[in-house]
Ligand binder design. Structure first.
Ligand code: PRP
Length: 217
């Protein structure tokens, strides 16, 4: 089985989860520049990819499963099963602007900068508000500061990037966290293997949830 894993922020949490499930992840931890690595007894291969590519690989069946943020799933959509909220990688989508901006004042069409143009479009569509959306590839916070946009729709985790750049949240859009996704054909063809894996994941997620509730997180 192949598990596509989002490189970077979600990688560490996923490896921690896999280790707690009893898989030896030493090769992933010492990967160097390798992108495909076996875990445990080698029956699962981990494929390290960018978030949007995790969705592409799973959708096309070259990976059976994937770990990816709900933010990417919302932006990219696609045909696969979204089976589990893994409970880590928690953050939120928010609409933010320069501190003190009265975003809804006046009738002019606003310009919104975002890496997530589809998310931004659907958010304002739901509000029946016509906006221009400009695609920015990273450090989206720059756009309102430089005067390119009135506001941004972006991921907020700690809020530090907004704060340190003189921006503030106007409203929250939705919560986001890491999800386990499964290819539709794999779910049938490798039913037993995948279900056994999913059972262990569900058990891990439930245990983690209970621990968090106990610690008041
Ligand atoms: C994300 C996001 C914000 C920042 C939020 O960017 O787009 O810029 O993290 O995190 P915070 O609330 O904890 O400050 P990322 O670091 O992924 O880099 P990018 O802007 O280059 O995409």
């Amino acid at each position: 089985m192949r598990l596509a894993l989002t490189k970077g922020r979600l990688e560490k949490n996923t490896v921690e989860m896999l280790e707690q499930l009893g898989y030896d992840c030493s090769q992933v931890k010492n990967k160097g520049r390798r992108l495909i690595l076996p875990i445990g007894d080698g029956s699962i291969e981990v494929v390290l990819a960018k978030a949007a590519d995790v969705v592409t690989y799973v959708e096309n069946g070259v990976c059976d499963m994937g770990v990816v943020g709900k933010d990417t799933i919302m932006e990219k959509e696609g045909t696969f099963y979204e089976v589990t909220d893994l409970g880590f990688g928690k953050c939120r989508f928010a609409l933010a602007a320069k501190k003190g901006t009265d975003f809804y004042k006046g009738y002019q069409t606003r310009t919104i900068a975002s890496k997530y143009v589809n998310v931004a479009h659907s958010y304002f569509q739901e509000k029946n508000m016509d906006v221009n959306v400009v695609k920015i590839e990273g450090s989206v916070e720059l756009a309102p500061i430089l005067g390119l946009a009135d506001a941004i729709v972006d991921i907020v985790e700690t809020g530090s990037t907004l704060k340190e750049n003189g921006l503030e949240i106007i409203e929250d859009v939705c919560q986001v966290s890491a999800r386990l996704i499964v290819n539709i054909a794999s779910m049938k063809l490798r039913k037993q293997e995948i279900e056994a894996f999913l059972d262990r994941i569900e058990e891990f997620v439930e245990k983690k949830k209970q621990e968090e509730e106990k610690n008041g997180i």
